[in-house]
Design a protein around this ligand. Structure first.
Ligand code: SF4
Length: 341
């Protein structure tokens, strides 16, 4: 019997990565799943809930799972993508290449001989067109060692296929955006139930998230961007008050709590004697900016429309109080200042 093939498979939790693994498990291939965390994907990194879902998928597939956190190195890829961005701030080609390189490194560490992905030729316009897949293959430095089982018949054979240790005829030649072949294969392999919504959800393809990200990038620049504040881009309503003043207003009690850990680094705005939102100021606020922030905060309070409100402002050791008229809900200024429309 031919020697077993040892492989590292990227596992996002989406259907295609599950299918790629399940398809190869019909052959003499021993697979280790690899979950790469960039800091921008939908599984709640840090909370572990999404990671838990993917760990369950790995368990059901009967494979070990290795988790690689690449937040630090991914930041450089994100801000300086050689192949540019997709529709938003998604550097898909560079991102994909980065992941393949990480997988290639782990392949060597684990004495494996293949990297497996669930890519399907022509399925995604930002990274899976034929010429893009060729570029990734070439630039990854693992030509002959990168197997995409779902589209393998449309791509050059890998080394284990050439050696006859992987039966190429048992691989697939899927192409294009239709999901039907994958759904049929999922039934055939009995893995339909495994592909939960744990995969995907990249914040870098989200219009609101990236509008805020771009706006703050303009304020801080790539070098000074406060990476520890990335989590703020998913919380609250965001307003650009001036070139150096950026305001985030909570939408509910949960968000007010989520803003709390960021308070020590930023300016805080709290309503006095009236129930309402709380806010965080990023950057440098002039007195005029503070007054405008107070007026916006007043809009999201229980104060009567246009009433005078008092806001306590804290910046490091300095405290101050401002009285201002709350903006009325349909004040056009709110819309004009809002980052995400
Ligand atoms: S959608 Fe996001 S995670 Fe997926 S390749 Fe593009 S940038 Fe990377």
């Amino acid at each position: 019997m031919a020697k077993e093939v040892k492989a590292i498979a990227l596992l996002s939790g989406g259907l295609d990565s599950v299918l790629a693994i399940a398809l190869l498990q019909r052959q003499n291939v021993r697979i280790t799943g690899l979950l790469i965390r960039t800091g921008f994907t939908g599984h709640k990194e840090g909370s572990g809930s999404g990671t838990g879902k993917i760990a369950n998928i790995a368990r059901e597939l009967g494979i070990p799972l290795r988790i690689e956190d690449i937040h630090e190195e991914y930041w450089k890829t994100l801000l300086n993508p050689v192949h540019g961005y997709g529709k938003h701030l998604n550097p898909c080609m560079d991102c994909h290449l980065h992941m393949i390189r990480v997988a290639a490194r782990i392949m060597k560490e684990e004495n494996a001989e293949l990297v497996i992905t669930g890519e399907v030729l022509g399925q995604r316009p930002n990274s899976q067109l034929a010429h893009q897949m060729k570029i990734v293959l070439k630039e990854s430095g693992i030509e002959g060692r990168l197997l995409r089982p779902l589209s393998a018949l449309c791509l050059p054979p890998t080394v284990p296929e050439l050696e006859g240790r992987i039966d190429r005829k048992a691989l697939k030649g899927f192409q294009g955006r239709s999901r039907r072949p994958q759904l049929e294969l999922a039934k055939e392999l009995h893995v339909e139930h495994l592909a939960v919504a744990a995969g995907g959800n990249c914040f870098l393809t989200d219009a609101v998230f990236t509008a805020r990200f771009r706006d703050l990038l303009r304020q801080y620049g790539k070098e000074r961007f406060p990476r520890e504040d990335i989590g703020l881009l998913r919380i609250g309503r965001h307003f650009r008050l001036s070139e150096e003043a950026y305001l985030i207003v909570s939408r509910n009690e949960t968000e007010a709590l989520l803003l709390q850990p960021f308070r020590t680094r930023h300016i805080t705005f709290e309503l006095e004697n009236v129930i309402g939102a709380s806010a965080l100021g990023l950057g440098r606020f002039t007195n005029e900016d503070c007054r405008l922030a107070a007026r916006i905060l007043g809009r999201y309070s229980k104060a009567e429309t246009g009433a005078q409100i008092t806001v306590n402002i804290q910046e490091a050791e300095i405290s101050k109080r401002i009285r201002a008229a709350a903006l009325i809900p349909d004040d056009p200024l709110l819309k004009a200042l809002r980052i995400d429309g």
